[in-house]
Design a protein. Structure first.
Lengths: 307, 336, 336
């Protein structure tokens, strides 16, 4: 618990991380309160006349209408739900699998460890998107299928990360002590090793959510999203297929920027966290020499910065 | 570490992966509901001769993996006279089946389009590498300054950018100034010589730019952390103590060490690069393997889908192996 | 003027939140030609920082706050870049460009733990030749000849020049680093913990080498170490540092026979002399730990661990005073 308070304390002082966190929160807010925020029902075609199809933004429809006459803004708002759902659930799945594999491979080592790492190597070599494309196109479309595919293929990096952490923690004093007093392996892993690895997993989890969201939007854009739901990727798919020749930028651009918005927030947050939990504080030897010798500029006593 | 040992291990691993990919590819298309390969036989689009050829080549009336009955009879060799062996045999002859849509030989279609993707990926990766390394170097050297922050923020931003959306943006921006679809103006042929190739080049600009921007980000970040790591090493201090200037230190000591992780990064990235190519080719209608895969998904052209996947997976495995070999050559610590 | 005179050198390290840690405060000493100085103290007392500060090789967060480093260069045929006229300069006030001409050329440094002080991806011979070509404006062939000369001087067969650092043993690396340090025939050689982490036989070799260099080449040596045995063997003068400040500064005989600072006295007790008639039955150690840089005592830095302190010691920092010509002590208790 202590270490999380410490992490939070440090995180609070990093503007980039805070910006990222707020960005993410804004999207979560929109997703949760979608029914209240969206001006229209996203599926509803309102008073559709030919002129309404792909209508540019006006007072009643801040982002215009799509090629079926539906309100773009409402679709955008509801789209947040799909993206976040896929992002969080798929990421959780990957994290869970990856952490388990990493813990086992790292702690037990030997044959099991090697076998697991070979598996990780195999999966890492096979290209992601083509594999996902093939599986979804054969298996069928659907929200849970997408979540499963992304989740079941995205755990390899985490497994490697966790394993290398476990390897270094394994030899530390407090672990040896725990073993000396006869603590069983699962207990050691759960109570001693896992808490140490948790911060790193959390940092990685945030980043992996962004990866999952982008994966879902890519699959949806390529036509493999859940046809019953609106996701930002699907919107882009429709926009690209049907609106590109008319340059309906209000339909083409917002979903993409929404993806960038949430992804940026996650990446900022995630990389700040990563920096905090995995500090590689190395000072390097090449630095602007002028700043080093304060004397050359003639400022001597002033250089003693406040204590 | 002995280089020969290292290489043998990597080659072995690549071969095993290859085998796994082939087996996996086979099963994937047979186990899933609807057994798409069997569906070929019912497809109205193919001629009877074509269906017959497929039936024979791929043993579609035989058991999938092994024949349990024959095995019980003691006929071990016969037990393996199955779809799987037929598939492997066909594969060995370069026979990947027949496309549902175009009724052409899958292998032929792939061979025709491969170079277009290769050109796109090669151009994109090269640009990305050059920019990535340059920006990463500057960023690391000027670590903590505003320039570093700007470069880092840009890298983070473009890392979180979906490739296809960047393509769309560039398409919108470039419309009217640069070609935004296809590979060449209809009517031009390779026989037209320079005019043809110049036009191909023009069409290549936006797709390549898209790929380059996306992949620069990961190279920038890796190069930056690699250079920062290198610059904190003792031998850099030694170099400075010798009286070398920053430029000399970068050039003679830091660069070579810092570039080693880049090689690994290129290999790791290959899977994503392929995914990116699919997206870029779709957005810009670039007629390569990526676009082929997209079309195959849309049109449910399973033989093409299977063939494309196999090709892509094999390419990535091969490229990874090449990267391993290259790394062993560059790092003298992995020596004979 | 002596060859090198350091006056009131102070170095700070800046932390992330801007506070300054006073790593070295007000250190002064002088070095004559063909004499050697031992810089002694516990780990973290500021010895290495003083040396790095002198050569302006501090890491990014280091700041030289005050002081002078006056160097009088001797006429030397190997340094066309400096010309042959003896000049007196304050190294701290030179431009970086000017400073680079002095590094290695006039003052060279052999770092502690030569493990990573050599670039792992470049051949050792190349690394030794590098400063020769940089400072001497000589061509490759001449440089290569000199490399052979240097390697033989330290007892390494010339064929090893084509090898990489990881192919050298620990002792060999240390000797190679020494050879490299002598490449430009410097006036001063700084050896930072040259014997730590080496086995006794190699230690003896290195020390013999240093002694030989001092006698044959007129080389001045600054030996930074915490090993008093090494100091006793080859140093002429000793500067004892504690908590970033000078505790005592005198000739080696004086330090060993008439140590006046309580810290020096304790150090002497902690290093048993095998030749002394009354061999102590137990090893004395100094209880307590050196002061952390962010919580330095207000008065004398050694006061918390001192056994003969009085009230003034906790309040006022003792100035460095000459007790006798050539014998300096910073302690309130020592009054003559």
């Amino acid at each position: 618990m202590e270490q999380f308070k410490e992490i939070w304390r440090t995180f609070r002082r990093r503007p980039m991380g805070i910006v990222g966190g707020l960005t993410l929160l804004s999207v979560v807010f929109v997703a949760i309160f979608a029914p209240w925020l969206a001006p229209y029902d996203p599926d509803e075609k309102i008073d559709v006349e030919p002129g309404d199809l792909l209508a540019p933004p006006d007072a009643g429809h801040l982002l215009g209408r799509d090629d079926a006459g539906k309100d773009v803004l409402s679709q955008l708002i509801y789209g947040a739900r799909v993206s976040l759902t896929v992002g969080f659930v798929a990421s959780f799945m990957s994290m869970f699998i990856g952490t388990t594999v990493g813990l086992v491979a790292g702690y037990y080592g030997g044959r099991i460890g090697n076998a697991l790492m070979r598996l990780v190597d195999f999966l890492m070599v096979i290209p992601d998107l083509p594999l996902m494309l093939v599986i979804i196109s054969l298996w069928g479309r659907g929200l849970w299928k997408i979540i499963l595919v992304i989740g079941l293929l995205g755990w390899t990096y985490t497994a490697r990360l966790v394993r290398s952490q476990v390897l270094s923690i394994k030899e530390r004093q407090f672990i040896l002590r725990a073993r000396a007093i006869g603590a069983g392996s699962p207990r050691i892993i759960a109570r001693h090793i896992f808490p140490q690895v948790l911060p790193i997993i959390l940092a990685e989890a945030v980043l992996s959510i962004s990866g999952a969201i982008i994966a879902e939007s890519s699959l949806s854009f390529l036509g493999l999203g859940d046809p019953t739901l609106i996701s930002w990727g699907m919107m882009l798919n429709f926009a690209f297929e049907r609106a590109i020749s008319r340059m309906a930028w209000w339909f083409l651009l917002p979903p993409g920027f929404a993806i960038i918005w949430v992804s940026l927030g996650l990446v900022l947050m995630g990389s700040t966290l990563e920096e905090i939990v995995n500090p590689r504080l190395k000072s390097h030897h090449l630095f602007d020499a002028r700043r080093m010798v304060a004397l050359v500029a003639g400022e001597s006593a002033n250089q003693r910065v406040n204590e | 570490m002995q280089r020969s040992d290292y290489l043998i291990r990597r080659i072995f691993f690549a071969l095993v992966t290859l085998v796994v990919v082939i087996v996996f590819n086979f099963f994937l298309f047979r186990i899933l509901p609807g057994d798409p390969i069997k569906a070929i036989v019912r497809s109205p689009r193919l001629t009877r001769e074509a269906k017959e050829k497929l039936r024979v080549d791929f043993g579609l009336d035989k058991p999938v993996f092994f024949d349990a009955e024959r095995l019980r009879e003691g006929d071990v060799v016969g037990a393996f006279d199955t779809q799987f062996t037929a598939y492997v045999r066909a594969l060995a002859h370069g026979n990947l089946g027949i496309s549902f849509r175009s009724r052409r030989d899958v292998g032929e279609v792939l061979a025709e389009r491969v170079w277009r993707t290769v050109v796109l990926v090669a151009a994109g990766e090269t640009l990305a590498l050059v920019f990535g390394m340059a920006l990463g170097l500057v960023s690391a050297w000027r670590r903590g300054t505003r320039l570093d922050m700007i470069i880092l923020l840009w890298a983070l931003f473009s890392w979180g950018l979906p490739t296809f959306f960047l393509g769309i943006i560039l398409l919108i921006l470039g419309r009217g100034h640069l070609p935004v679809g296809g590979m060449v103006i209809p009517g031009l042929k390779p026989e037209d010589g320079w005019t043809y190739w110049a036009d191909v080049g023009r069409h290549l600009i936006l797709p390549t730019l898209t790929m380059a921007i996306v992949y620069t980000s990961s190279y920038v970040m890796i190069m930056r952390s690699s250079v920062v790591e290198v610059l904190s090493e003792d031998y850099i201090l030694t170099a400075k103590a010798k009286g070398l200037s920053t430029l000399q230190i970068m050039r003679d000591h830091a660069l070579k060490n810092a570039m080693l992780p880049m090689v690994t990064m290129i290999a790791l990235n290959l899977g994503y690069t392929v995914g990116g190519a699919i997206q870029v080719e779709t957005v810009f209608s670039w007629p390569g393997i990526g676009r082929l895969m997209y079309d195959a998904v849309m049109k449910r052209d399973y033989p093409v889908l299977q063939g494309t996947f196999l090709l892509l997976a094999v390419s990535v495995v091969a490229a990874n192996l090449l990267a391993d070999i290259l790394y062993s050559v560059l790092d003298p610590r992995v020596k004979m | 003027m002596a060859l090198l005179e350091v006056r009131n050198l102070s170095v700070d390290y800046l932390t992330d939140d801007g506070t300054a840690l006073h790593a070295v405060e007000d250190v002064s000493f002088s070095l004559e030609q063909a004499r050697s100085l031992g810089l002694v103290g516990e780990s973290g007392c500021g010895k290495t920082t003083t040396m790095l500060g002198m050569l302006r090789l501090l890491p990014a967060e280091g700041r030289i706050v005050s002081g002078e480093v006056r160097y009088r260069s001797l006429q030397n045929a190997h340094s066309p870049r400096l010309g042959g006229v003896p000049r007196e300069v304050d190294l701290l006030r030179l431009s970086e460009r000017e400073m680079r001409k002095y590094r290695w050329n006039r003052i060279a440094i052999v770092f502690q733990g030569a493990m990573n002080a050599l670039n792992p991806v470049r051949r050792v011979g190349d690394q030794i030749a590098e400063p020769i070509m940089l400072h001497g404006a000589v061509d490759r062939t001449t440089a290569s000849e000199r490399v052979v000369e240097l390697l033989e001087l330290v007892g390494i067969t010339p064929e090893m020049a084509r090898q990489y650092p990881h192919q050298y043993s620990g002792g060999m690396r240390q000797r190679a680093m020494t050879a490299m340090a002598l490449a430009c025939s410097p006036d001063i050689l700084i050896a930072d913990e040259p014997t730590t982490a080496l086995d006794v036989m190699i230690q003896a070799q290195i020390l013999d080498l240093f002694q030989h260099l001092q006698e044959q080449l007129g080389l001045s040596i600054i030996l930074v170490t915490h090993d008093l045995g090494v100091v006793a063997e080859i140093c002429d003068d000793v500067l004892v540092m504690y908590g970033g400040r000078t505790a005592e500064y005198a000739s080696v005989d004086t330090i060993y026979n008439e140590p006046l600072h309580p810290y020096t006295q304790r150090l002497m007790e902690a290093f048993p002399d095998i030749d002394s008639p009354a061999l102590k039955t137990s090893l004395a150690s100094i209880p307590g730990y050196p002061p952390p840089l962010d919580a330095l005592p207000a008065g004398c830095r050694f006061e918390p661990r001192c056994y003969c302190k009085s009230d003034i010691c906790a309040v006022e920092s003792p100035p460095l005073l000459a007790v006798k010509p050539g014998h300096y002590v910073a302690c309130h208790q020592v009054r003559d």
